[in-house]
Write a protein that binds this ligand. Structure first.
Ligand code: GLY
Length: 352
């Protein structure tokens, strides 16, 4: 097992290994000893696979467990589900000393984290991510949110978990496309600032994912510790996200987040070449890497449509967008880009 300690406004451990889910009760007990109430939050798909194992372990450790299970998918990450969860917490009489446990992917983690950050002005939240994407990104760093009709993650809070448990065994039941979208976020860390990770990814890591997952979490830890509230270097984690979010939106979310980030990264790298801040070997390397992990690299949308969609993104600050450009293999930098230049940038990045 590998343990990564995150020292942000709260200090907590992210534990990564195999066979950990059966030990969740004992691990949680080290952080907040039973007896206490636990609200275990999951979606219907994940709960059917892993819910019983988690509940059994928590009850064996002395917790009183109530479950809140909602339909899987981004459509559930809204204020209606949040209200139902708050009410379920109140009905179960959760107090300030009780705990919310998120068992699932990014939707479950973000929603549970936000409910925990706000119920009784904040109770503890323990994250058990079950997708690769949630393990390497959304469960770590304290971003919690729900979507509004106007856009994704528009209402949320920075609130760090008390701990994160990544059991790589649960990845075995992930459909190939969901695993691939997590790979896009894994690969992203390499181009942001980890050339050694890019070397590790030359060999497929599916059969031995723990070292790669742990390395990505350590990379994320480093930027979160520098900039917990996302005003500076944490924005490097948005490599591929300006174009990616725009593509996701234009596809009506039929293109998954990770798949869209893959396209966005390639556009950013090609645009960086056109701006003279990066050599052509970088987008070439990136395209080969993404394809190796089953990801599309061509964005099907027009540059002007992407620019329009990107400008409604919450990452826009005034008349500028902070854009992440790769500058060499294993290194990216932040650049302010005037909103008026976005369409030309996407066009230079290979969009139609
Ligand atoms: N997912 C990007 C971040 O945590 O900042």
């Amino acid at each position: 097992m590998e343990t990564i300690t995150v020292k942000a406004s709260k200090t907590y451990n992210v534990e990564v290994g195999s066979g950990l889910l059966t030990t969740v009760g004992a691990r949680l007990a080290l952080l907040c000893p039973a007896p206490r109430r636990v609200m275990l939050v999951s979606d219907d798909t994940v709960f059917a696979l892993w819910g019983e194992m988690a509940v059994t372990s928590l009850e064996a450790a002395g917790y009183t467990v109530t479950t809140f299970v909602f339909p899987h998918g981004e459509a559930s990450k809204n204020t209606a589900t949040l209200l139902n969860l708050w009410n379920a917490m109140a009905t179960a009489k959760l107090s300030r000393s009780d705990v919310a446990v998120a068992l699932g992917g990014g939707v479950v983690g973000d929603l549970t984290g936000f409910a925990a950050a706000t119920y009784l002005r904040g109770i503890a939240c323990y994250q058990i991510p079950t997708t690769l994407l949630a393990m390497v990104d959304s469960s770590v760093g304290g971003k919690t949110a729900v979507d509004l009709p106007a856009g994704k993650n528009l209402c949320g809070a920075f609130s760090q978990p008390i701990g994160v448990l990544c059991d790589a065994d649960v990845l075995q039941t992930l459909p190939a496309d969901i695993f691939a979208e997590g790979c896009a976020e894994v690969i992203k860390y390499g181009y942001i600032g980890d050339k050694q990770l890019l070397a590790m990814l030359e060999t497929p890591f599916q059969n031995d994912p723990v070292p790669v997952i742990a390395r990505c979490i350590a990379d994320k830890r480093d930027v979160v510790e520098m900039d917990e509230h996302d005003n500076g270097p944490r924005q490097l984690l948005n490599l591929g996200h300006t174009g990616g979010h725009a593509a996701e939106k234009l596809s009506d979310f039929s293109i998954s987040h990770g798949a869209a980030v893959a396209m966005g990264m390639v556009m950013a790298a090609k645009a960086a070449v056109a701006r003279g801040i990066c050599k052509p070997d970088v987008p070439l390397h990136m395209e080969n890497m993404l394809r190796r992990y089953g990801l599309e690299t061509e964005c099907p949308f027009a540059a002007s449509a992407l620019a329009e969609a990107a400008l409604s993104d919450k990452k826009r600050r005034g008349g500028e967008v902070t854009f992440v450009f790769p500058v060499q293999l294993g290194k990216s930098e932040l650049y302010p880009v005037p909103a008026a230049e976005l369409a030309a940038l996407f066009s230079a990045g290979g969009a139609k």
